[in-house]
Design a protein around this ligand. Sequence first.
Ligand code: NAI
Length: 345
Amino acid sequence: MIRVAFFDAKAYDKPSFEHFGKLHGISFRFLETKLNEDTVALAKDSDAVCVFVNDTVNATVITRLYEYGVKMIALRSAGYNNVDVKAAFGRIHVVHVPAYSPYAVAEHAMALLLTSVRRTHKAYNRTRDYNFSLSGLTGFDLHGKTAGIIGTGKIGRIFIDICRGFGMKVIAYDPYPAADSGIEYVALDDLFAQSDVISLHCPLNDGTFHIVNANAIARMKKGVTIVNTSRGALIDAQALLDGIKSREIGAACLDVYEEEADVFFEDRSGHIMNDDLLARLISMPNVIVTSHQAFLTEEALNNIAETTVNNILSYFNSDGICDNELCYRCGNVERCINERKERCF
Ligand code: NAI
């Protein structure tokens, strides 16, 4: 039996992981706490740890895991900015789930955009109270508007297709343009200047941290709608709030938030909100916040569990390459997989 300490476990994780674990001889120990320097001791006696987006897997945590004999860090997410992949190299294999349902995330991005543009969240609350007034509910057509997409990977391209279905003009920025995709790529500054809607679909890394900051906002169209379903720190949240207060930004749809780790995924309705910036953003009539739920569909949960189990098996039950390994040595963390003929170390 392969023993896996499963950090930051939520009720919705358990059925799919228990199902695929039982099928393949993996025992998941579900822990509600997040993995960090204070909780890493809980991984003792485990062969692997399974972590999510708000677990902290820095060099210190990795050293402790290595000392405990943990062989694998299995991310049950696509993004891996919370794992020090460089510190893990040569000691612990890191795997992720590169795609579980890019549709889930792209569809949620459009759900947020439509909600914001057509004020359905306000209408829903009103009609439940038998308030049938239309005052303040005027939206705008997406048809004919320009969508600027930052990052044209799996999710970004599906979102582009959805936008085109709505009759939007699409422009995009990506340092690695998708060849033969028919996507009109422009410089980032031009995207900022021309877009009515800007949607972020790039990973968080040194090059994308605060890609939406005060400077960027100053170059955007007045009244722009910003959608972020990628990672919170792509946006400087204070600059976003300032842009909303100055009316430069027309609306913001946020499934992620820079400081979400201490807030999201839990019921905090009976508590005092300590994060003033988030509280202020939520108080704005033109800001919609969801709690990092873009991935949360049945299809995605099953794919995440199945792929994670296969990732774990590819190391423990075979001598072959680890599918979906994130390997620092190759420099281009995700892209070496096709060139690899054997394990990275
Ligand atoms: P992907 O790896 O298929 O695509 C990412 C794209 O971003 C690539 O085309 C890459 O070239 C591009 N990129 C890299 N650096 C860039 C830069 N500086 N500027 C613009 N583009 C850049 O990733 P995928 O699957 O499309 O996911 C995108 C992001 O969505 C993930 O990194 C993750 O942070 C986020 N995500 C959020 C979820 C949620 O529940 N809210 C769920 C899954 C992913």
